[in-house]
Design a protein around this ligand. Structure first.
Ligand SMILES: C[S@@+](CC[C@H](N)C(=O)[O-])C[C@H]1O[C@@H](n2cnc3c(N)ncnc32)[C@H](O)[C@@H]1O
Length: 224
């Protein structure tokens, strides 16, 4: 897998334009989302996947397109610079994509929602990492996930608690989805988390670094 970051030089326009957090680094939730998906490749065979807010790499979506027999992967972010970088990553990895059609696009939730109408109810899986903390548009993100998923589709999401923002997302999602939340979802990751906490280093603050897991599936009409 060949992944490139955007350059270190940040132009002033980037700081005043659309949210730039996805061009800073690959965040721990994205790394854990990737690890989690790679540990259960078989569920993605023959399925369609969209990653939302994937930042400049969409690491999880790219890894799945190479390692699983997913049929279609849409790599997305709301930031145009991130999506330009995704285009480059797709071009570099093209020969490695297994059976998957892989494309990228700007998809935005919230005011000025940007979404291709052909994507509605098309996806078996929505992936998303570290996107719950934006106060504006949190409910719109829930609605967008709902819109993109097939009736029996599932969302696999990771995010740190970041104050009350994780729980605020889950409360909103509960209205239309069956939600499952886990803090301990993998022995290896939990073990690293406990060791880091024990060390008590300033470099590790679970509230902003430890990715928690959320699984969503659509409620049937009678459950709502
Ligand atoms: C903290 S970054 C996470 C990026 C990547 N998932 C990771 O964990 O490395 C949040 C991402 O959400 C995107 N984002 C923020 N608000 C958005 C919106 N309304 N629509 C689409 N993407 C949005 C940002 O552009 C950014 O890439």
């Amino acid at each position: 897998m060949s992944i490139s970051h955007l350059s270190d030089h940040v132009k002033p326009e980037a700081l005043t334009g659309f949210n730039n957090t996805g061009n800073v680094c690959v965040w721990p939730s994205e790394e854990v989302l990737t690890y989690y998906c790679l540990n259960q490749l078989e569920i993605f065979n023959g399925k369609s996947v969209i990653e939302l807010g994937g930042g400049m790499t969409c690491l999880a979506g790219v890894a799945l397109s190479i390692m699983s027999d997913v049929t279609y992967t849409e790599l997305t972010d709301g930031n145009k610079d991130s999506v330009s970088n995704l285009d480059k990553i797709i071009a570099k990895n093209r020969s490695q994509f297994n059976k998957s059609k892989v494309t990228s696009s700007v998809v935005r939730w919230g005011p000025g929602e940007t979404i291709n109408q052909d994507m509605i109810e098309v996806f078996d899986y929505v992936l998303c990492a570290d996107c719950f903390f934006f106060e504006e548009g949190r409910e719109d993100l829930v609605k967008l996930i709902y819109k993109l998923l097939k009736q029996d589709g599932e969302a696999i999401l990771f995010a740190p608690k970041r104050g009350k923002t994780f729980d605020a997302f889950v409360t909103l999602a509960d209205a239309v989805f069956n939600t499952e939340v886990k803090e301990n979802y993998d022995d290896t990751i939990w073990d690293i988390h406990c060791k880091m906490k024990e060390k008590g280093t300033d470099a590790y603050d679970p509230d902003i670094h430890y990715p928690c897991f959320v699984h969503l599936s659509k409620k049937s009409n009678s459950d709502k």
